[in-house]
Ligand binder design. Sequence first.
Ligand code: SPV
Ligand code: MN
Length: 634
Amino acid sequence: MLEKTLESIKAKFDEINFKKLIAITYPKVLSFIAEAVLLCNPKDVFICSDTEEEIDYIRRMAIKSGEEKPLRIKGHTYHFDGYYDQGRDRDVTKFLVPKNDHLSPTIAQIERQKGLAEVKSLLKDSMKDKTLIVRFLTLGPANSIFSILCMECTDSWYVAHSVDLLYRQGYKEFLKARPDTEIFITLHSAGRLDKNMTSIDYDKKRIYIDYIKNTVYSVNTQYAGNSIGFKKLALRLAIRKAHREGWLAEHFMIIGVKGPKKRKTYLAGAFPSACGKTSTAMLPSETILADDIAYVRNIQGICRAVNVEKGIFGIIHDINPKDDPLIYKVLTSPAEVIFSNVLVKDKRPYWLGMGKELPKEGINFSGNWYEQKRDEKGELILPAHKNARYTVSLKALDNCDPALDDPRGVELGGIMFGGRDYRAYVPVQEGLSWEHGIIAYGACLETETTFAIVGQEGRYEINIMSIQDFISISLGKYLKNYLEFVKSLKKTPRVFGVNYFLTNLKTNKFLNSRQDKHIWIKWIELRIHNDVEATPTPTGLIPKYKDLKRLFKRVLNKDYTEDSYLEQFTLRVNENLAKLQRVEGFFRKNIPDAPKPLFEVIQQQRERLLKAKKEFGDYISPLVFEKKLKLHKP
Ligand code: SPV
Ligand code: MN
């Protein structure tokens, strides 16, 4: 049967590519490729077996096809996504759900058969006159308990090129794959393209995730978060697998933080897009292991994690030499970099917040751009998109962590959660326990939405663990898995809440500079090893002034005043109560299967806050809690 199908598509291959195809004996792969060829009807098929010549061919084709254009610096190219495809798109990204299955109401979904029919009708003949490129990759390092094999079938050379920077090559692993190996598959077509190489049929953009067959269908899309199946799309599939098998697939960055005496502690962190995740991962003098997605497992009682990816698809907005020196250097030196949706003038890339003046005209995602250019709705078009990005391999960074490809992963000492919270949470605090931290900081993560999601800027919302959009099981099951994950660990990672966005309630001014996050991270490192004490408050354990003062001086050479400390770490009781109210309302409405501790932890936090309010008022200085501690000491 399979042989017959392969015979029917053979005409689309030259001899070499057909050989590369049938060297893979895994039936699921062969039949999917055959199905894709028959459906999308490409002019030919290119199978990438990861040789240097093939990768170079892909780079050249990305330019020859016009999807990328070279820039002045060697190795740099730029790419534009369609005007209406500049970020993840919630409205068109849906789970295909069989009739007898149910996902939480917060999760976008469509009946499976109906959705499959729709997306397949859009993919029909979508690759006419184009090449279908097949890339084999692994998520996580190869030859590891963590790794998942995956395959992207795309008609975009830009996508085929990007995945080379972002994921580990996997053709060899596919040659070895057993017929029962679980794999993730993406079928992507950018659809019809205009002369600027952007999708014409953006109104027919669809991204459907079929968890029954671990397959992602993406059509009329170009933004890498929509077209590359292995960012948030396969994360959705991995969450289901993780839940079945008792591990975690998370929207995490991982940083190696230096402590005293050459100690290194790995910390994972979940932050919604544009809330400081990548810049935390890239803090100078620390090492970066991951910036977006991690798999976390209990390996012989130790909590270990890997980076699912090996590159960065990062937000370029506001990257400047002062705040992000490491990545700024990469973006301005010869190396393989793809810029997307920036402003280009004289073959140089420009972006918002880069620390220098931008040209008054150039080419951007809207075509020829000039100051005062407006879109159809009359709105001013910015020189570069706020969600403009760069794609680089992590190894291009001077401080890439040496354990990046270690199949055993790294031990996580702690996990932190942080959103855009202008009012309530202090800049850093430690959970009273795993359960408290996971619920009070992770599940209660509230944030103002940003431009990384199409049309959703500037609204407050709950974003559980900063992964809510991608949770492909019921929210209750997801949280239960999280809470239970530590049960058989010998050492429980400590949990922290960070908030880089706390403001003065009267002036609305931020209370911290962007560099200050480094201090919170260093304090967390010390706490994990019990090298500093902390003060219990109703919302968590907070730092002592003397420790922060010392760290500010040593790490940033800044004099941290007690007044700053008092303002930043004052407990804002009413703001915290209001936050609990909002999240609890959300949980009651959306998590019918909430695990019991969820409401208990919230209720206990509320009671602690109310008790403190009664005793000390609405705004409580950290010194009050410190003194109280002293008074109670025997
Ligand atoms: C994010 O926005 O969180 C990203 C990029 O990491 S995307 O691929 O769009 O998810
Ligand atoms: Mn992300």
